[in-house]
Design a protein around this ligand. Structure first.
Ligand code: GLU
Length: 294
């Protein structure tokens, strides 16, 4: 029988905080209880914000917490060819298009629409969905813009992608969504609009690299924070378009600060590094996030 495969997949673009510690410890514990494997993956496609120094900090924090993981650690920045191959499949199927609108242009287009009192749709994270005007450019117009060096991102033509799959999608959730969703959860990728699949210089986005890697690494159980619950709908759609296996999902509670806000990497006070410097032990960390101290 093949053993279940779990993974913790931090982005080394800042220091780990208590929320990451919870996610890593939970993954590790669930893997142990299921006699499964525990992998570590560095989600470092954003090569400008992820640095080797921050990665060293992540590895140090996880080892300090008492975790161990299989070697080698998969580093996404070393596997751009895998994401490029997946992107090319979507390009060939005409399910992605080069999107040229800058953030400012998107804002202006939405402000113009909303000036009349209408409200532009927002995605589950609260960001306005991409207007998608350039979905309708002709191949010649696209080529001309690319040839003149215009910046662009590859975006999924969401409506075309959903039509291509042609059936409702679900995922198996053993944790819970923000509204208590659990069990067989219907995926609603449309709510996200035309998501970014890859950048001009980097042949991947979070959505693309996460599904490709989970499949390549044989991940059977995705255990991660509830903030990624609704993004799973996009992942299910990509799995279907790319013919990838579907893991089981478990979205866990988020560790909140004293004001009930999600912890962030930019606020250093709950970083494991700062807590360690102020004298906290790994056992203290476990206690702080409600983990049994063994
Ligand atoms: N790299 C993502 C993060 O740090 C997690 C991705 C995932 O677990 O699917 O938020």
């Amino acid at each position: 029988m093949t053993r279940p495969v779990f993974r913790f997949a931090p982005s080394p673009n800042g220091q780990l905080h208590l929320g990451h510690a919870y996610s890593a410890l939970l993954n590790h514990q669930m893997a142990r209880e299921a006699d499964g494997r525990f992998l570590l993956r560095m989600e470092d496609i954003d090569v400008t914000r992820c640095t080797p120094e921050l990665e060293r900090g992540v590895l140090h924090d996880l080892a300090w917490l008492g975790l161990n993981w299989e070697q080698p650690v998969r580093r996404q920045s070393e596997h751009f060819d895998d994401y490029r191959a997946a992107l090319e499949k979507l390009v060939e199927a005409e399910l992605v298009y080069p999107a040229f609108m800058s953030r400012g242009e998107v804002r202006a287009s939405i402000a113009c629409y909303e000036a009349d009192g209408a409200s532009w749709p927002r995605d589950p994270d609260g960001a306005p969905v991409y207007p998608g005007d350039d979905r309708y450019l002709t191949p010649e117009e696209r080529e001309a813009r690319i040839a003149e060096g215009a910046a662009f991102a590859w975006r999924l033509d969401m409506r075309a992608a959903i039509a291509h799959v042609g059936k409702p999608l679900f995922w198996d959730e053993t944790g819970q969504g923000p509204k208590g969703e659990t069990g067989s959860v219907p995926a609603d990728p449309e709510a996200w609009g035309d998501v970014v699949i890859a950048r001009k210089e980097i042949p991947a986005s979070y959505h693309l690299s996460v599904v490709v890697d989970d499949a390549l690494q044989g991940v059977s159980h995705v255990v991660r924070g509830r903030d990624l619950f609704y993004a799973t709908a996009v992942h299910r759609l990509l799995q279907e378009l790319l013919g990838l296996p579907v893991p089981q999902y478990h979205h866990h509670d988020l560790i909140l600060d004293d004001d009930g806000r999600k912890l962030s990497k930019s606020r250093g006070d709950t970083s494991l590094d700062a807590l360690r410097a102020s004298g906290a032990t790994p056992e203290d960390i476990r206690r702080m996030i409600g983990f049994p101290v063994s």
